[in-house]
Write a protein that binds this ligand. Structure first.
Ligand code: PLP
Length: 491
């Protein structure tokens, strides 16, 4: 046999690869250590975009050259959610240990879906810890998925398939001959509507129940709507309560929703993608207690457990219903009682995805590194920082609080006297963009009751209280600068 014909993708020079790996780690450590002094964001120059829009290379480069290319074209133009003043959307910071865990997971590279190997036990351990954190019973089931959207659709699939006789899997929705209706609020995340569309329920049958002045679902109106739908011959099947809405962090009245779900025999799902982990903050634990009564829960670990992207979790109270919604064993996935194909029940029996990475490792290593108590303190710190920012806003006559602050989301804007609504919108849009372009901070925006607002969502483990002082100071500086120069506001 001619060995020169044996191709491989492993390095020609292992020692050079070792050195390159060390350099990557050194560069990352320097990056994290110095991130506070860096601009949060910088625009991507045209020539860099062009370098990222080229045909596929026919021939390979030296690994060092590939890394140099990364350092020039990719590394400097990061999104910024590793920075202490990143508050856009609801995006977590990540941690060094979480990052290294991902490196180790990737190096081990187990497809974590089936078989007798350590990753399966780590995955099970992490799901069990998630149950513990959320007060779910130990015989509940769960699965780690890519994030909140997947966690929600996974839970709603179980809810749908468990409806009625539990025959929707075989017969489809038409075979069920009943129009299912799902209830949530006007503030519910768009992924719930998308999930309802994918699941064949149809967005017309997603009832967006109005909210009160604190953006929480009106449970009285929920009841009225269920009654109306029943009278019309429709089939209510699930209520989705949100533990921390994406716009303002509002918490739906989960106790009421749980009770209404029970009294009408509906599935009670909680979307806690953002806020479920605030259960660890004593200030919020009572209001989130009813999560423990839910039939299912979705929550993200890449938000408030600060682990690197991507990972979310679905928990299902009734493990049999969970398995019944997804389990299927084709000939090529048989399990044995011994050997590599032995071990735990296939994770594919609890979700749609077959191939799965070892995302559990970053959670396992992070929780071992810090322990539950440190996470409780970190989450509480973010909530207290939001309260501090709210105080700064309330004390300043040029700033206007746009929603009651709940958890770690603060919605406010600059609102100079005698400005019209349109002028306020344009001013704040320009402030937002300049804050980002000048590399100071990254809030994002939303519209509340028809009014444009800045939105600071803090699931950042690097933020300090002083960052809130700086944010307010810079918003006012930019706001006054814009007002001095006519025609400077965003159109
Ligand atoms: C309440 C809520 N639900 C669902 C999601 C979607 O989660 P993901 O972005 O992880 O898919 C989010 C994201 O911010 C959210 O805040």
């Amino acid at each position: 046999m001619n060995n020169s014909k044996n191709l491989t993708l492993d390095p020609q020079d292992w020692e050079a690869m070792r050195e390159l790996g060390h350099q990557m780690i050194d560069d990352l450590i320097d990056y994290w250590k110095g991130i506070r002094e860096e601009k949060i964001w910088r625009p991507i120059p045209k020539e860099i975009k062009e370098r990222l829009d080229t045909p596929i290379p026919e021939d390979g480069l030296d690994p060092q050259a590939v890394y140099e290319d990364f350092k020039k074209t990719i590394f400097p133009y990061n999104k910024g959610n590793v920075h202490p003043r990143f508050f856009a959307w609801i995006q977590g910071t990540g941690t060094p240990m979480g990052t290294f865990a991902d490196l180790l997971a990737s190096g081990m590279n187990p497809n974590t879906t089936i078989g007798e190997h350590s990753a399966m036990y780590v995955d099970r351990q992490v799901v069990n810890w998630c149950k513990e954190l959320m007060g779910f019973p130990s015989d509940a089931s769960g699965i780690l998925v890519s994030g909140g959207s997947m966690a929600n659709i996974t839970a709603l699939t179980v809810a749908r398939n468990a409806f009625g006789e539990g025959k929707i899997r075989e017969k489809g929705l038409l075979g069920n001959a009943e129009q299912l209706v799902l209830y949530c609020s006007t503030e519910t995340h768009a992924c719930i509507k998308k999930a309802a569309e994918i699941l064949g329920i149809g967005s017309e049958f997603v009832r967006n129940i109005p909210v009160n002045e604190a953006f929480e679902m009106r449970s009285d109106l929920l009841k009225v709507q269920i009654e109306e739908d029943l009278k019309s011959g429709l089939s209510p099947f699930a209520i989705v309560g949100t533990a921390g809405t994406v716009n303002t962090g509002a918490i739906d009245p989960l106790d009421d929703l749980s009770e209404i779900a029970r009294s009408y025999g509906l599935w009670f799902h909680v979307d806690g993608a953002y806020g479920a982990l605030a259960k660890l903050d004593p200030v919020y634990s009572d209001r989130l207690k009813a999560i423990e009564e839910a039939d299912s829960l979705a929550f993200d670990l890449h938000k408030w457990l600060y682990v690197p992207y991507e990972v979310g979790c679905t928990l299902i109270r009734d493990a049999k219903k969970h398995r019944d919604a997804f389990a299927y064993t084709p000939n090529y996935l048989l399990q044995e009682s011994r050997g590599l194909s032995g071990g735990l029940d296939s994770i594919n029996h609890y979700g749609f995805e077959l191939s799965r990475g070892f995302k559990a490792l970053k959670i396992w290593m992070s929780i071992k590194e810090h322990g539950r108590e440190k996470y409780a303190q970190m989450i509480a710190q973010n909530n207290r920082q939001a309260e501090y920012l709210t105080q700064l806003v309330l004390e300043n006559p040029y700033l206007e609080l746009m929603a009651p602050t709940s958890m770690s989301i603060t919605c406010f804007r600059m609102s100079p006297p005698n400005f019209t609504e349109e002028q306020i919108r344009d001013l704040n849009r320009e402030i937002l963009v300049r804050l980002q372009e000048e590399g100071i901070a990254s809030p994002s925006s939303t519209i509340l009751n028809g009014k444009f607002t800045l939105r600071v969502a803090n699931v950042n483990q690097r933020t300090r209280f002083e960052d809130m002082d700086l944010l307010v100071k810079e918003i006012l500086r930019i706001g006054f600068e814009i007002q001095k120069i006519p025609g400077q506001m965003a159109k």
